[in-house]
Design a protein around this ligand. Structure first.
Ligand code: F6P
Length: 511
């Protein structure tokens, strides 16, 4: 956004109206950076992984932010105990990072039993319902002694950061923090609170399978926010239906998209498709490290390149992506030795069994394809298993085809990054079930996630597409991402929260 442009001024005005002299408090499980402990008792910073970090890491460039994140690593815990250790990693004071450290057992239970194996799998519809989930006494203990206290700790930390401010502005994020808004409201009844869910919100029929106290607690926890945000209209609608099903005492107004609780509190339910910071993404892609890496990758690849970038995550549907590539090589011998598939997979949740099992299957698929179609000195699939953001953007920049085929995805920012950094007018193959599809449908090659044959067709179509058509599509996608970028996402929420604040002021604090 050009400095002084009308959109820029409107954004600044919305931020001023909502925040005044305050800092925006953001709370997330994963922080923008995570710290690794060094043997001398110090720390070293590393970028966090996942879409949430990609989207939010630059928010401090636009408004002053205090970001609360869970202390997940040993290094994070060191920084939680002594924030001065992290000072040299802090670019300036516009974005302050503060860690919330809870007892390790509680954190592990919240993250490793409830948030990921239960909620993540539920919300990405990855259950194998005849067998899983099994919500037994241990799961209920993890809820009571893990998820609940972690949420309480976040609420208390947010209120502590707000000091004496009776009306702090707090944005909570994602499925790790569904209960925090209710606790904040108990501690600071006039706080202005939003919660944004980065992942899908499935229909109430899926939530029906789990323990009533858990699903009701989650829905009630979210409804305690002033604004409940989702990635797509469909997810917002699904949430309203959940409120009807699980909170019968609440009043749901579908037209106004609001929920009124028995105590008079009103939650507005909205959708805000998240995006990337276009400028910051381009800066990394244009960095010397990324450009050098792009050259190396090009030199080590065939004439055409397919790229995927994902956390190593079952919801990303990586195995079917490889199966589609294998089917393509099988039926089109002329592509053998010509097309390279570069897969940049970021290690994720490595402590969870499901992820370890999935990782081994991914590795086996790569080996199978390379053994089947490779020749001496030529590997069709090159797998990069590391968290190297510049390298991933370098890969996207040189792709002829980018494959983004998640089972379901809240948004999927890789598709938006690809549109932004592509230097070869990549054709983007995108699941219809990714939130990003709603905004990008006109320029991508759509696929249904389980349709391996269809995905092979889409890869073939992308590889065969004339460059001019690729350029036409990419220009369309790029313009959309530039128009609806991360400031646009934030701006719309600042406006909605500003309206809540104005109404509350007019009502003397009661609204
Ligand atoms: O939306 C992005 C996201 O999927 C988050 O919801 C999640 O916290 C993150 O990426 C990565 O997962 P984790 O924090 O468990 O590594």
């Amino acid at each position: 956004m050009a400095a002084g442009a009308p959109a820029d001024r409107a954004f600044a005005a919305a931020a001023r109206r909502l925040l005044g002299q305050r800092r925006l408090l953001i709370a997330t499980n994963r922080g923008p950076v995570t710290f690794l402990g060094t043997p001398d008792g110090g720390v070293r910073a590393r970028r966090g992984s996942g879409g949430l970090v990609t989207a939010l890491s630059q928010v401090g460039r636009h408004v002053p932010v205090t970001w609360l994140a869970a202390a997940l690593s040993e290094g994070d815990r060191r920084v939680a105990a002594d924030p001065s250790l992290a000072e040299r990693w802090q670019a300036d004071d516009r974005q302050r990072l503060r860690f919330v450290a809870v007892e390790r057992a509680a954190q592990d239970a919240a993250y490793g039993v409830i948030a990921n194996p239960l909620l993540w799998f539920l919300q990405h519809q990855m259950w194998n319902l005849p067998e899983r989930p099994m919500i037994d006494a241990a799961t209920l203990r993890a809820w009571e002694n893990g998820y609940v206290p972690v949420n309480r700790a976040f609420a208390e930390a947010a209120v502590r950061q707000a000091r004496a401010d009776p009306e702090p502005r707090i944005m909570l994020h994602d499925y790790h923090l569904y209960l925090a808004a209710a606790e904040i409201r108990r501690l600071r009844p006039r706080a202005i609170v939003s919660h944004f869910t980065h992942i899908p919100w499935p229909p109430s029929s899926l939530w029906q399978a789990i323990t009533p106290a858990i699903r009701t607690g989650i829905v009630a926890g979210l409804a305690a926010s002033d604004v409940v945000g989702f990635q797509t209209e469909r997810y917002a609608h699904n949430f309203l239906r959940c409120v009807e099903s699980f909170l019968p005492e609440a009043l749901v107004d579908h037209r106004a998209r609001s929920v009124t609780l028995p105590d008079g509190h009103v939650a507005r339910v909205r959708h805000y498709p998240i995006s990337i910071d276009v400028e910051a993404t381009r800066r990394v892609a244009a960095s010397r490290a990324a450009r050098r890496r792009a050259e190396q990758l090009l030199a080590g690849s065939g004439q055409q390149i397919i790229v995927r970038v994902d956390r190593l995550e079952p919801a990303k549907n990586i195995l079917r992506g490889f199966a589609a590539f294998e089917a393509l090589l099988q039926r089109a011998p002329r592509l053998r030795g010509r097309v390279t598939f570069l897969a940049f997979l970021v290690p994720s949740r490595t402590g969870l069994r499901e992820y370890g099992d999935y990782g081994r299957k991914v590795q086996a698929a790569v080996e199978r394809i390379n053994a089947r179609f490779g020749r001496a000195g030529y590997r069709h699939v090159q797998l990069f298993y590391e968290n190297d953001y510049a390298q991933a953007l370098a890969g996207l920049s040189i792709a002829d085809v980018v494959l983004v085929n998640p089972l379901v995805d809240g948004m999927n920012l890789v598709a938006k990054e690809a549109a932004t950094v592509s230097a070869r007018d990549a054709a983007i193959v995108l699941s219809e079930t990714a939130g990003a599809y709603d905004q990008m449908a006109d320029g991508v090659l759509p696929v249904a996630p389980a349709d391996v044959a269809g995905t092979a067709d889409a890869l073939a179509a992308g590889l065969a597409m004339p460059r001019a058509e690729r350029a036409r599509r990419l220009a369309l996608l790029r313009a959309g991402v530039e128009r609806e970028d991360i400031t646009w996402w934030l701006h719309r929420q600042l406006l909605d929260l500003g309206r809540v604040a104005a109404r509350r002021e007019a009502d003397g604090g009661r609204a």
